[in-house]
Design a protein around this ligand. Structure first.
Ligand SMILES: [Fe+2]
Ligand SMILES: [Fe+2]
Length: 189
């Protein structure tokens, strides 16, 4: 599948603004892939599909999480905003025959992160966070750092995310803490 085909499959599933976001994530992810030596075609497909399930009905996603053994059940204890990553990867596999494990895991973890992230997972996670349409406190610093050190960029993005969620008193999925701790150790924090 090339990028054009991926866009044709993704576009009907997203609102127009979300599709524009998706295209910016693809562009940003390709820049990171070029800088850090990831496969460009895989990067394009993973980024194009990363929000595939963003607008799936919450009850439908809940049913998939309950039914599919590969999907972690603890997702149900956390905000449904997190579900579109893992459920999206599952749906991209069964509805579009995308079997590449690197692509599927990048979709799965694009919102939460997790420990021992692969290069492609880091790229899609960070591209989603820093694409040019994003504007929130600290994003410019993460953009700058991401060009110099991918791990440092992920660390800052995770730290900001955790701080933001905690400031609002929200729950935090454990994989996000695992990712944060992993990068903090890696960077000798
Ligand atoms: Fe997303
Ligand atoms: Fe996204």
């Amino acid at each position: 599948m090339n990028l054009e085909e991926a866009y044709e499959r993704v576009k009907p599933k997203l609102k127009p603004a979300r599709f524009e976001h998706t295209k910016r994530v693809v562009e940003t992810a390709v820049e990171l892939a070029e800088a850090y030596g990831e496969d460009i075609e895989k990067t394009k497909i993973a980024a194009a599909f990363h929000d595939y399930a963003k607008y799936r009905d919450v009850e439908e996603m809940k049913r998939w999480i309950i039914k599919e053994t590969a999907l972690p059940k603890d997702l149900l204890l956390y905000h449904h905003e997190l579900w579109h990553g893992p459920v999206g990867a599952y749906l991209v596999r069964v509805e579009h025959d995308v079997m590449d494990i690197d692509i599927l895991s990048a979709i799965t973890y694009h919102t939460t992160g997790h420990a021992n992230m692969t290069l492609l997972e880091k790229i899609v996670f960070l591209a989603d966070y820093i694409e040019p349409g994003r504007s929130f406190p600290g994003v410019d610093e993460v953009r700058k750092v991401a060009k110099e050190d991918l791990n440092q960029g992920c660390y800052l993005a995770l730290r900001n995310t955790i701080q933001f969620l905690m400031s609002k008193g929200q729950t935090i999925y454990p994989d996000t803490f695992h990712a944060y701790n992993d990068f903090a150790r890696l960077l000798n924090k």
